[in-house]
Write a protein that binds this ligand. Sequence first.
Ligand code: SF4
Ligand code: SF4
Length: 467
Amino acid sequence: MNADRIIMPSNTYYKCICCGACCINKWQIHVDEKEKERFRDTDWNAVFERENPEMKSFIKDDVLEPLSGFIPPVSTPYIKFVSDFGYNFKTGPSGCVFLNQKKLCIMHSEKGFEYKSHTCKAFPIKVLYLPGNTIQVGLSFVCPGVINNSNEKVTEKQVLDLISDDNDRTYLSENLLFSRGLEIGFGDMLKINHFLSDFMFQKKNASHLFDQEYAAFDRAWTEAGSSIPFEDRLASSTVFIVALNKIALKLHSEDPQNFSKRFTAEISNPDAMLEMIKKCVQAVTQTTQLKKNFARMITTAVISLQQANVKGMLNYAKAFGIISNMIKYSTGWGKFYIKDFDFSFPISAHHASSADSEDPMVADLLEKYASHSIFRKRMFFDSGLLRGHQYIVLFHALARWFSKAFAIRAGRKSAVYDDYMMAIRFIEMEYAYHVRLLSVLESNSYFSKYFDPLFENVQVLKSLVRE
Ligand code: SF4
Ligand code: SF4
C-alpha cells in the first residue's frame, strides 16, 4: 500500500533501547491467519530447547493460542476498525514467551525483524488512516525509547513498510465529532489544532498536524501563552474548547444548513481566536484554586474507575471501592493500593509529597506528551474533540497523582523526572489507549451530566491540573 501523504510527529523521536518493556507487559500480541502459517513453519520447541529451555513448559506444543476474551472495537460513523485476528502469542511468567532473560526477542534473533508479527514490528508506532489516502503517525508513550526522545526520527520508508502488512487498521471519516451530536470537518479540526499548538507549547514542542505547510501563528505564544506555566495553558485551552463548543452549538441551532461555513469562518480569523484565548487565560489566571480535597476526589474517582474494571466483580462492589477511595482521599485516612504494582501507601504520605512540574525537564516531558496527544489520539475520533481534550486534562492530573505515588515507592518526598516518566507510561498503558475504560462517560448519561460541568468550571479545572 502507498500513501499520498504521511503526517509525522514533528517533535517526537524514537529509538528502541531494547528494554523489553513492550514484551513484558503481558499484552495480547495478536496474530492473523497468514502470520500463523509463517510461525508454524519453524520448530520452536527445538529453538527454545537451545535458547530458553525454561519456557518450554509454557509453549507445550505451540507458541500460539486461540484468541480468547478479545472484544474487537466497535466501528462508529466516525471511526472504522478492520482487523482479522484469531491467535495470540502465549505468555509466561515474564510476558511474551519469546522474550529471553536478556530481554531480547528470540523470534527476532532467530528469524529477523521482518519475520515477526505486524503488532511487534509496528510498536511503538501506530498509524491512523485518514481520508484522502493520508496516514497520521503516532508514537506510544508507553515506550521508554519514545520518552527518551533520542535523535532518530521515524522515516517515511519505515511507515510505508509497516502499512504494507498492517492487519489492524483504524480508518477515520471526513467529519468528526466536536461534542455529542455536533460534527465538524477535518479541516476545521486542523485549524483548532494549529492554533492551540501555537498557544500551548514552546516552539520546539509545538507539533502541528500537516506541519510542513503551516506557518506558526507566533502571537498566540508571545502574547498569550509564554507568560504562564504549562498547567495554566492547559486549563486555558480547555476553557477555550468549551467556549468554542458553545459557539458551535449556537451557530448550529441558529442555522444548521450553513453551520459548517459559519463555523469555519469563525475559527479562520487568528486575531479573533487570539482575543478569545486571552480572555480564557485571564479567567484562569484570575481564579484561585479550590480547596484541595475536591480535585483530589475527582482524580481518585478516575483512578478508582480503572481499579474497578475487574471482570466478575459486582457493580455495587465496584461502586463501594470507588466511594471508599474517594472518602479515604478526601479525609487523608487509610491506605491506597495500586494493584498493577502490588504496592500500597498511606494516603497521608501522598498528601505530604509534592509533584513539582516546574523542573524544566519535567515541564518539557509533560508538554511533549500533551502536544503529541492533542487531536492525534484515537480518542479524539472515538469521543469527540471536547471529550478528548477533557481526557488530556485528566491524564495530566493523573500524571501528577501517580508521579507522587511512584516517588513514595522510591522513598522520595517529591516526584522527580523518573517518577513522571513512569506515571506517563502507566497512564498510556491503562487509560489513554484503553479509553473505553473511560467511555462510561460516553455511554452513561448520568455520569456525563456531572462530568461535563466540571470542565466548565474554571476553579475546578485549575485545581485539577495543579493539584
Ligand atoms: S518498549 Fe520501546 S524501547 Fe523498549 S523494547 Fe519495546 S520498542 Fe524497544
Ligand atoms: S514476539 Fe518478540 S517482539 Fe513480539 S512481544 Fe514477543 S518478545 Fe516482544
